[in-house]
Ligand binder design. Sequence first.
Ligand code: MOS
Length: 738
Amino acid sequence: MEFLTPAGPNSTDRQTVLGKAHDRIDGPLKVSGLARYAYEYHDVAPRAAYGVVVTAGIGRGSIDSIDAVDAERAPGVLLVMTHLNAPKMFGQNAAAPNDPRLDHATPQLQGPRITQHDQAVALVVAETFEQARAAARSLRIGYKAQSGRFSLPAMQVEGKPHPRVADIDMGDFDTAYASAPVRIDATFTTPNQSQAMMEPHASLAFWDGDRLTVYLAHQVMHWARSGIAGTIGIPEAQVRVVAAYVGGGFGSKLALYSDAILASVASRQLGRPVKITLTRAQIFNHTTHRPPTIQRLRLAAGHDGRLIAVGHETFTGDQPGERGELASNQTRLLYGGANRRIHTRIAELDLPRGGSMRAPGEAAGLLALENAMDELAEKLGMDPVELRIVNDVQYDPEQGPSRPFSERKLVECLRTGADRFGWSHRIATPGQVRDGQWLVGMGMACAIRSNPVQPSGARVTLRPGGTVLVESAMTDIGTGSYTIMAQTAAEMLGLPMAAVEVRLGDSAYPKASGSGGSWGGNSSTAGTYAACVALRDTLARRAGFDGSDVSFDKGLIVSGGRSVALAQLVASGPVTAEDTMTYGDLTRRYAQASFGAHFCEVGVDVHTAEVRVRRLLSVCSIGRVLNPVTARSQCLGGMTMGIGAALMEELVVDPRFGYFVNHDLAEYQVPVHADVPDLDVVFVDGEDTKSSPMKARGVGELGICGVGAAITNAVYNATGVRVRDYPVTMDKLLAGMT
Ligand code: MOS
């Protein structure tokens, strides 16, 4: 089914199951331990051998020597694989830089060159995990280390050119900025950060003839499948990947790593299943992370607050060929202003490879932009909420009114939030409110997150007895995919939730959007919708109905005053339909994004500068809310991550060796329960008919976008100190408070 024109009335509008609060149907499995993750499949491969990946102890250089004699002789060892004996693998290279078959390829052990710390240098496979680990420790690897480029600020040398990425120049920024009555020029830095999801990257691989099956932790099944097939050089059709449950991803599991690739080739070589998990300590350097940024914001406005010049220049860094953190992107759509300079430059770094993390782009960019807006509001003597409202635009500022937003209710979010939060009680002058040892302040910020949709398919089967099975290669990374897809099928077929079973995370099912970029919920339910429309047509024909008034309700199919029980239509066998929702050019014709407004109250200890978030409210506009429980939970997660971004999360680089020192969950600090107050989430009513037939938009990552800035704006309001170097830790804040 193609989604080519804005959605009119359709069968999702009834909202008897969709739009209603449903707890996650996988919840009981999760809390009882019955939901199985990649490393926990014992029955499908009972003789699995255990692999341990050995990763590089230098950040840049080469392997000089490998002494594997002791490792190979160690008890239980079945295989020691290094670059000296690994099979040939394939990846993007200069000869074929744009071969789409190799888009997700991740070759391992292909030579002595080390380009990042904790790159895989060997795999040891043994009968037991303990034997593999012991043998791995007896492997002696000699390195020739080279110096590397590990610091982004050190790469920012006056006059040194760096490649530009997607630059936007409109009007005459320099002249407009220089002549505007009110200006701010502020530079912000954001650090390397880690996704820090709970489930480690793990894989179990086994072969049946030339057919490979890999149970793994991944967000997008067809990327995993093509990545493995491309890397090891076999047709995609010979690879099946399975990830029925994924313990968080946050972008880290959009890519493949050594566990999946090495388990696959070792299993082929040994003729038995091989399972590998990365250790927590390896994950921080071996897998992708959020790259660092230095962002210069220059905003200029008239006395009325209207932006005249918008400058957002991001400097980021990454491994050659990677994209860094595109932190300026959201500035293209969030506010008006005729003169614009929105640039990104990228430097080559030898730190571990960057990648997507928790709203890549917006999450880092709004920390800077929304702080700069707060600074501008203060300079204007204007309320920060009002400043946002006067700069609202209902169309893409670059394209003009010919490209309106599909649905933009940012002003409603701002007004609703200000009212609910008690914003009018804020005292604009910083440092005025004291509660015992605490300096108290309020801050706010806007949220925007792009709304991509992806083609997504499903197969829906009405089974004898009248129950429904939904199968799709969609993933559920802790987000609620199982639940909202069940709601969609229940709504479409007029059945209760209990009559619907959903099976996900298997490339044997119809190809689906997977989870990433906030597209999963909207896209995967739209695919379910398409398959259900096809099933409804088949069932209507079976029932002998050809009218346009066919409806499905309470287990019956109804038309022209006549009804037939669904169970009766499948008495002699199941009926199946399959379809994929694809998209036309509505994303080009309409700017599409989810919006929100965050409001925060903090207390800052007057003696120690300890920051406690006291209240946090997010008002979100995401089109139609498919399930208020799962949507709210997504926001709560994002808001919690926003607390982390504002106050604690940072991968600390050892500049000598180019690795992240705090590579465990004790030292890489994320918010814990004690850091998180009761969070308040409100969704404004809405319907986005241009986004999908579900009339919804993405919500997954909206919660993190802007929250950090709301918090640091509140810290400024409490203390009068603005720290522009994230995270705002006690040392930095205290330095300004004396
Ligand atoms: Mo997301 S960071 O696109 O999983």
